[in-house]
Design a protein around this ligand. Structure first.
Ligand SMILES: [Zn+2]
Length: 179
């Protein structure tokens, strides 16, 4: 039987476009000063779809992946994008690892990072709206923090994880009401 590998169907240009839309929904902005007065400076030497920029305001040089979780990883961007997509289908880490030919540790590392948002220095920027997680996933994400999960049950949770849980619950409700 013919094997179709999803990794061969993904276009790098679209992947970089997706990253730009996720991290800069209002248009590309300088990661240092947020100015949108930029100069495009060609493309990365090894990744032809990766746009480089220079900030006209503060002279910062950056590219599409600067300050994102994708920078400095050896996995190609399309593997990260596919990982996000498979997470949105509620696939387990083991299943994602199998689909993308990753070892289990790599898949776990990537899904953990993706849950915390794609811009590494800005915890408020997340994939919400693009990728939805069920509440089950949120709780599973706190595997190493049993106290926090226990507190959640007692309604005494705080901060970030509660907000995400609420979003997940809201989305679960919305899905049900649409069904
Ligand atoms: Zn700047």
């Amino acid at each position: 039987m013919l094997q179709v590998n999803i990794k061969n169907l993904i276009d790098d240009v679209q992947c970089y476009q997706t990253v730009r839309e996720l991290r800069w929904p209002d248009g590309v902005a300088c990661p240092s000063c947020e100015s949108q007065h930029l100069i495009k400076r060609g493309f990365d030497d090894t990744e032809p779809a990766r746009q480089r920029y220079a900030c006209h305001n503060c002279d910062r040089r950056f590219d599409d992946l600067t300050d994102t979780i994708y920078a400095g990883h050896h996995q190609p961007l399309r593997i990260w994008i596919l990982c996000s997509y498979l997470m949105s289908l509620n696939l387990s880490n083991a299943h994602i690892a199998q689909e993308l030919d990753l070892n289990k540790d790599a898949a776990h590392h990537m899904t953990t990072q993706l849950r915390h948002g794609i811009v590494s220095n800005s915890p408020s920027s997340t994939l919400s709206g693009e990728v939805e997680y069920d509440e089950v996933d949120i709780v599973a994400g706190h595997k190493g923090q049993p106290d926090e999960v226990a507190n959640k049950g007692a309604g005494a949770d705080d901060g970030d994880s509660k907000a995400h849980g609420d979003v997940a619950r809201l989305k679960a409700r919305n899905r049900r009401s649409l069904a």
